[in-house]
Write a protein that binds this ligand. Structure first.
Ligand code: NAD
Ligand code: MG
Length: 389
């Protein structure tokens, strides 16, 4: 039986992976699971999946995890070295589903010849995409995109040679504020922003979907995954989230990936590729849907897209800075420290404050630029405090 490890096993993607493993018994046995701080959830996951090893990122949680796993025979560890061990243990496929740039080092540590990374963590491609893809190629590691848009595009690209691709289009749901005025959006509290119309996901990506930064991060992610220049990528708002990505070829043909908005579908593809497995994922019923609609994104109400596009065009370290400032600002917004537009204001101000530089050439480079941007963003945040706006 093939072996699977899951980094970020207790999150939203981790849960979808669990559902799929239940759908396809006998496809994988679980080697390692890793999580952030929630000992009880990680221990429950490790037991349910019969994993051999469990790693918790919180260095202070090692003892509690070992106690929670007592009698199970599951080995465990805590802190950065345990995350690296979880990533490096023998496995055919490693699911990368930690949230944020915290996933970069463990994901790169998981690279090994012949191994597949099922990549959900988009932040590692945003923060260090050029290095990440080159290093994966150097080590003979296969990167398959779990992100629904990129997974759809990966499948749609099989219809023709890369040199015949004219344009790649990612769709965006538009998030919970698609129909709200700028004034209404400015007053939005986290409870409103966390109500995503179509997808059930972790808090950080749900806020990114409300600002449309998620689509900006995904444009950068796509540029690295599919190795085409920035101007070949486009985003269109599609509130039904059924068409996830489209590939336009030079002859006018367009191929697209469709599915219900359920991460079960792209995860199933990544776990079985190039084969297919039978799943209990939701099925598409076009007649029940009736119609699919599309509109241009409004960059006035949603400035994140233009910020991401500028970072994408600048190449270099700009995307690393954008990602770090966004992580800091989203956390501050969720804690009620800044208003909704404080998120993109902080990102813009941080990009203004730090001079550009070359793209990170290693994990250490990326983490250094990330730390510098976090410090700058933390200093700038109070300017955008919830009270001030
Ligand atoms: P989540 O918040 O639900 O789960 C995050 C996981 O990472 C949890 O297991 C958590 O314990 C772990 N974690 C958090 N901080 C950590 C740290 N410092 N070190 C180690 N582990 C840590 O997030 P999610 O929605 O599952 O998203 C995970 C990743 O997948 C994100 O990068 C997101 O952008 C991407 N993604 C998610 C979806 C989705 O539908 N949820 C879709 C596309 C892409
Ligand atoms: Mg996506």
């Amino acid at each position: 039986m093939k072996r699977l490890s899951i980094l970020g096993a207790t999150g939203s993607i981790g849960h979808s992976v669990r559902t799929l493993l239940a759908d396809a018994p006998g496809l994988y046995e679980v080697e390692a699971v890793a999580g952030g701080r929630d000992v009880a959830a990680l221990a429950e996951t490790a037991r349910a999946l019969n994993a051999r090893f469990a790693a918790i990122a919180d260095p202070a949680a090692g003892r509690a995890l070992a106690e929670a796993l007592a009698g199970s025979g599951i080995a465990s560890g805590a802190g950065p070295s345990a995350l690296i061990e979880a990533a490096q243990r023998e496995a055919d496929v490693v699911v990368s589903a930690i949230v944020g740039v915290a996933g970069l080092a463990p994901t790169v540590a998981a690279f090994a010849p012949g191994r597949r990374i099922a990549l959900a963590n988009k932040e590692c491609l945003v923060a260090a995409g050029a290095f990440f893809m080159a290093e994966a190629a150097r080590q003979g590691t296969e990167i398959l995109p779990v992100d629904s848009e990129h997974n759809a595009i990966f499948q749609a690209l099989e219809a023709g040679p890369r040199k015949a691709v004219e344009k790649i289009t990612l769709t965006a749901s538009g998030g919970p504020f698609r129909l709200r005025s700028r004034e209404e959006i400015a007053r939005a509290v986290p409870k409103d922003a966390l109500k995503h119309p179509n997808w059930s996901m972790g808090a950080k990506i749900t806020i990114d979907s409300a600002t449309l930064m998620n689509k900006g991060l995904e444009l950068i992610e796509a540029m690295h995954l599919f190795a085409l220049p920035p101007e070949r990528f486009d985003a269109v708002v599609h509130p039904e989230s059924v068409v996830h990505g489209l590939v336009s070829f030079v002859d006018g043909s367009v191929t697209a990936g469709l599915a219900m908005p359920d991460m079960c579908v792209p995860i199933a593809h990544c776990l079985a590729f190039p084969d297919r497995i039978v799943t209990s994922c939701r099925r598409l019923d076009l007649v029940a849907l009736g119609r699919l609609t599309f509109e241009a994104p409004d960059e006035g109400r949603f400035p994140a897209l233009a910020l991401a596009r500028a970072a994408m065009a600048a190449e270099g370290v700009a995307a690393t800075i954008l990602n770090a400032a966004n992580e800091v600002a989203v956390a501050a917004y969720l804690e009620g420290r800044i208003g909704f537009y404080g998120i993109t204001d902080t990102v813009a101000a941080t990009l203004d404050r730090i001079n550009g530089g070359p793209a990170p050439a290693s994990v250490a480079d990326a983490m250094e630029a990330d730390a510098q941007a976090r410090r700058a963003a933390a200093v700038l945040l109070p300017k955008f405090s919830a009270k001030a706006s």
